[in-house]
Design a protein around this ligand. Structure first.
Ligand SMILES: [Zn+2]
Length: 334
């Protein structure tokens, strides 16, 4: 059986062994590799940074920053390995890969040069994702909560100009300097006006991170579990707007959002009752070890009695239905 994965970050999609292989082979040539080789003496030390317990979502995201800086040095190398690995080792046949193009440009360059490079970086990711393995890949560009409205607007413009980019996302930790709620609305309105699909990281670990004013502008929500857990009164609106939740179980354990996967049972039950679609996704499998693969996410949910084994077909099919690009024939669960 094959699976769709609609929520996977490029920064969390390459296994630490691939990153370390790059660091040790190229470390003498590139600044970021050399920096990481100086920081981590052995592969075990490096891998521990990925496997260690994280305090919270912000701590979890520090590993993203480490990976993003390294990936900026050779984006095709890491993208190609992430995509073919998903096809071969996880039986993913439809993947939506998301990334922030600005963060994949060298941090040593002036801001204007980094902005100018975003299009080239995006083109490189799209080209490197092509593989002879049986997987269809679409791309989502991430805006960032800490970026100015102008920089986020440039990411929307780039997404609209790139046919392979199907949607826009909002990611990153909350921090000063980012858009206000009304500016977020304007950014999403601009994306919709240009024909882009939309998703946003919302209601992931903070029960109050909901922002109902964005709902009319969203096609999907990254996570959104706190809506089902603490604001179930909004579920009928989600159903009416046909907003699908991208639920990534392992992330909630790694960020200490949930203590037990069984805590997702009311999320699935309430969404099913209200008619809200859910797709199961991986978020950052490289930060979750062997247990982060998509098949393990489904197995974890079945073992915790969140849903029945036979429901795997339903939730896989929901992922294909909520896909942002047309899924090629022959891939979907009937
Ligand atoms: Zn995510």
């Amino acid at each position: 059986m094959n699976f769709p994965d609609l929520h996977r970050h490029l920064g969390g999609a390459t296994h630490p062994r691939i990153l370390w292989g790059y660091i040790t082979r190229h470390g003498i040539h590139t600044a970021e590799s050399a920096r990481l080789q100086a920081r981590f003496a052995t592969y075990e030390d490096f891998k521990h940074e990925f496997d260690r317990p994280f305090k919270d979502l912000d701590d979890y995201l520090t590993v993203h920053h480490l990976v993003e800086a390294l990936q900026a040095e050779d984006i095709p190398y890491f993208t190609h390995r992430a995509v073919r690995g998903a096809a071969v080792f996880e039986s993913v046949d439809y993947l939506e890969l998301r990334f922030n193009p600005y963060k994949r440009t060298p941090a040593s360059l002036p801001d204007a040069e980094r902005r100018a490079l975003m299009g080239e970086v995006t083109r490189q990711v799209i080209l490197a994702a092509r593989t002879e393995f049986p997987i269809q890949t679409a791309f989502i560009l991430c805006m960032d909560r800490g970026f100015t409205p102008q920089l986020n607007r440039a990411i929307v413009e780039l997404a609209a100009q790139t046919p392979e980019v199907v949607a826009i996302d909002l990611a990153g930790p909350y921090q000063p300097g980012g858009p206000t709620p009304s500016e977020w609305r304007e950014l999403y309105e601009a994306a919709k006006a240009k024909g882009l699909k939309t998703t946003a990281h919302l209601a992931e670990s903070d029960p109050e991170d909901v922002h109902p004013q964005l709902l009319p502008l969203l096609d999907r929500i990254g996570h959104g579990i706190q809506i089902a857990l603490h604001h179930a009164e909004l579920l009928p609106e989600l159903a009416e707007r046909r907003i699908c939740l991208e639920v990534c179980p392992m992330t909630y354990l790694r960020t200490n959002t949930l203590r037990d996967i069984a805590e997702l049972r009311p999320v699935f039950e309430r969404c099913q009752h209200a008619g809200v679609e859910i797709t199961v996704a991986t978020d950052n499998p490289a930060l979750h070890g062997e247990v982060g693969k998509i098949v393990n996410e489904y197995e974890r949910l079945v073992r915790a009695d969140v849903f029945h084994f036979n429901d795997i077909l339903h939730y896989a099919a929901a992922g294909y239905r909520a896909a942002f690009s047309k899924v090629e024939s022959g891939l979907t669960v009937k």
